[in-house]
Design a protein around this ligand. Structure first.
Ligand SMILES: Nc1ncnc2c1ncn2[C@@H]1O[C@H](COP(=O)(O)OP(=O)(O)OP(=O)(O)O)[C@@H](O)[C@H]1O
Length: 754
């Protein structure tokens, strides 16, 4: 057992939206930008839907190095990370070097910005013209096939390379390589059917729509890449094929972990423009060792249909990475007209977690088979707990975060409602809660904690810059993606449009800032930085600095207790950083002058490259092990082993819809279009007025005292053992470690001045 055997307790969600939203803009919104990727929606009689998308900065575009364009067939060789790698040596790679690569590696792109007819599953016709934009923001499906790689730099021949493919923060985790590579002549002949040579172009064109495509790749040599390269230099069809035959057997023999064939296909929902496809290769047989990465941006703007098949040189993430080889990737985009989504578009797979108002399920979108997390909130429960405005606020913050593409906030993809429930569909974060990992490992190294905290600083800075206070920072609300980067979820307690102060008492006890308990004039966004201080202490030391079984004791500790640092756990910079955050005076707290920027400038982060971190180019210190994209092994089995028929039960229980008057209060949950934001503000305001009588714990009623007075050293005696009732744990128990004077070399009363 350790300290993290149970989740943080005593979350307070006290609605006082009237109190919180006396200011004119009660919307919970910050100003919209005109950036691509703004949310849109559609309404149906039974459910309402919207989609959001993430706009990626234009500097991410991968520039083809060389393009030969004839009659819509383009051949390029691309170094996928050439314009964006934080690793300056990669950025600095010259065009001539890359041209050399072309000659040396002979990677060939066969791209067809199609002038052909097609139809999507909804029956929409695709124009034969690649021009002819249908919408400003692409909406559709992007099918990606990871075909093969070669010359991977693996630790051993028994490598089991797999890929994590991310698009608009949705993740696909592939299986390992194919075991059997076809090698008989019939299949080779069959594959010949699938190869076409454009009459006016020396390059082979792959018939993308041909169902036999898979056999084409399977039966060609282990190196489809090599063949494409070869084909580039040989316009003769038969020569190409005979070359295939010649090489086949030897290449099949060479098919091992360093030259995997995958042919794994996935479909992403496209909800915005300029989105980047990130493909990272790992070895599941060698501790998920990183084997290389490419980033590319499918050219899906202003087109109904586009496709591409191309080989890329695998790239490093950082200078130290040892990476080699190439990867062959095919994608195909089709626009869709569908805008209406509802529960029936999703198949419930597993329960992931339960919250105050409903449940979060792992779901599969039926058309694309994409995996998402779907939060189902019961309207009845929300009404009963007077949480309508907070719930709408949560959705609004997610909508706008998605449109602004903050990388460390879970990305909302769809939201809709039925007469009984509200639904928020976000990208599934397969790495699970940070809480889960902390619980398993007891504590993290300072470097690992620093990585998570640094990403959190960027997320909080983004929220604060947009006048949002998060108010519920804790390991349960920090999720990991498949690569090990964090994503903040659960904005149920967040408040938007906070220009100055608010005084709603809410949060989770261990993480409550002292001014929230003590200061009757209210509190500011600085409460989030206090929670961040608690969090980093907890991550590094293995226990919460103010924990007590009893709430009142916990309040007292927060207000007046000393924080004791175990020896040798935190570096002097780390300790100074925690002290800066756990300053009881919010006006002197680290961040009070320049918010997140001030935190980022602290010596604790001296070795963090912020731009690279923001672009997720820093290698996460830990990669969650995952077997597939539906893997839920990083979630609590208490939930994941529960029957999902619970979902149906839940729906039955909640089957009686609310009265029309009550339903009207959820109008704000349905996002009609951007011009309707104003209406939403007004609806929200009315709702909040109706909530004026809701329960509210007056601030300052918890603990007597002035938050700006020095901590009273007598209130809590950390060493008398009486307040160690948090010790329901083992190895990292505070009674064994944290309060043993021999292991203490510092204590801190909270009056640290910057
Ligand atoms: N996008 C996601 N991917 C994976 N898991 C998720 C996702 N969103 C939520 N979860 C899981 O569901 C849990 C509950 O989610 P969330 O905190 O948003 O719900 P909640 O109802 O607001 O809970 P609470 O009342 O505790 O705040 C999370 O802690 C996490 O385990």
């Amino acid at each position: 057992m350790n300290f993290f055997t149970s989740k943080s307790k005593d979350k307070y969600k006290n609605s006082d939206m009237a109190n919180e939203n006396k200011h004119n803009n009660t919307s919970g919104f910050f100003p919209m930008t005109s950036q691509a990727g703004t949310p849109t929606t559609a309404i149906s009689s039974s459910s309402y839907a919207m989609g959001t998308t993430s706009a990626i900065p234009s500097q991410h575009v991968i520039s083809p190095i060389r393009t030969v364009n004839k009659e819509n067939v383009t051949a390029t060789t691309t170094s996928a990370n050439s314009t964006q790698d934080s690793n300056r040596s990669n950025i600095g790679r010259s065009i001539s070097q890359l041209s050399n690569n072309i000659n040396n590696l002979n990677l060939v792109q066969v791209q067809d910005m199609v002038n052909e007819e097609g139809q999507d599953s909804e029956g929409a016709n695709f124009s034969a013209q690649a021009s002819g934009p249908t919408t400003d923001i692409p909406r559709g499906k992007l099918e990606v096939t990871i075909i093969e790689a070669r010359n991977l730099l693996t630790r051993s021949k028994d490598a089991e390379p797999y890929v994590v493919c991310t698009f608009e923060s949705s993740e696909f985790i592939s299986d390992g390589p194919e075991k059997n590579v076809a090698s008989n002549e019939n299949e080779i002949n069959a594959s010949q059917e699938n190869i076409d040579i454009h009459k006016h172009n020396p390059l082979p064109v792959i018939k993308e729509n041909n169902k036999n495509l898979r056999s084409l790749y399977t039966t060609r040599s282990s190196s489809q890449l090599e063949k494409l390269m070869h084909d580039n230099n040989n316009s003769n069809y038969h020569k190409t094929l005979s070359s295939n035959n010649q090489n086949l057997s030897c290449n099949n023999n060479a098919r091992d972990g360093t030259n995997p064939i995958w042919h794994h296909t996935t479909i992403f929902d496209v909800l915005g423009a300029h989105s980047e496809l990130d493909i990272s290769v790992y070895d599941s047989n060698n501790d998920d060792m990183f084997l290389g990465q490419i980033k590319l941006r499918p050219n899906i703007n202003s087109t109904n249909f586009a496709k591409n098949c191309q080989g890329y040189t695998l790239q490093k993430r950082v200078l130290d990475d040892n990476v080699s080889g190439e990867i062959l990737v095919k994608w195909e985009y089709r626009s869709t007209k569908k805008r209406h989504y509802g529960p029936s578009d999703f198949e419930v797979l597993r329960l992931l977690g339960k919250g105050t108002f409903g449940q979060v399920y792992q779901v599969k979108k039926k058309d694309t088979k994409r995996i998402y997390a779907m939060k189902v909130l019961s309207k009845k429960v929300i009404v009963k707990k007077n949480e309508i405005a907070h719930t709408i606020g949560e959705r609004n913050i997610l909508v706008h975060s998605a449109s602004k593409t903050c990388p460390f906030i879970v990305s909302l993809k769809f939201s809709f409602q039925t007469p009984t429930d509200l639904y928020l569909v976000t990208d599934y974060m397969s790495g699970g809660e940070l809480f889960w990992h902390l619980q398993k490992e007891g504590r993290f190294t300072e470097d690992r904690a620093k990585f998570y905290i640094a990403q959190l600083v960027l997320a909080l800075e983004y929220l604060h810059d947009n006048d949002i206070v998060y108010r519920d920072l804790k390991p349960e609300n920090i999720l990991l993606d498949a690569n090990g980067n964090i994503a903040l979820c659960d904005f149920g307690l967040s408040k938007a449009d906070l220009k100055d102060r608010t005084n709603t008492f809410c949060g989770t006890t261990e993480y409550l800032a002292p001014e929230l308990l003590l200061d009757e004039t209210g509190y500011t966004k600085m409460v989030d930085f206090w929670s961040l201080g608690v969090l980093i202490f907890e991550m590094c030391c293995g226990w919460s600095p103010f924990f007590a079984e009893d709430n009142q004791k916990m309040y007292q500790k927060i207000a007046f207790g000393k924080v004791k640092f175990p020896r040798d756990i935190l570096s002097p910079e780390g300790r100074s950083f925690v002290k800066g955050l756990l300053n009881r005076n919010p006006n002197h707290r680290l961040g009070s002058i320049d918010d997140g920027r001030e935190l980022r400038a602290h010596p604790f982060f001296a070795d963090i490259e912020w731009d690279a971190l923001r672009e997720k180019k820093i290698v996460p210190p830990f990669k969650p092990h995952l077997n597939s994209e539906i893997d839920t092994s990083n979630f609590d089995p208490e939930f994941t082993q529960a029957s999902t028929s619970y979902m149906n039960k839940h729906q039955l229980m909640a089957a009686t819809p609310l009265s029309p008057a009550m339903q009207a209060k959820f109008a704000g949950f349905t996002f009609v279009d951007e011009s309707a934001l104003d209406d939403l503000y007004h609806n929200g305001y009315n709702n909040r007025k109706m909530l004026q009588n809701s329960y509210f714990m007056q601030p300052g009623s918890f603990i007597p005292g002035d938050p700006n007075l020095p901590a009273d050293e007598d209130v809590i005696d950390e060493d008398d053992g009486s307040d160690h009732d948090m010790n329901h744990s083992g190895v990292n128990s505070p009674s064994q470690m944290s309060f043993d004077q021999h292991h203490m070399d510092d204590e801190f009363g909270g009056r640290f001045e910057m």
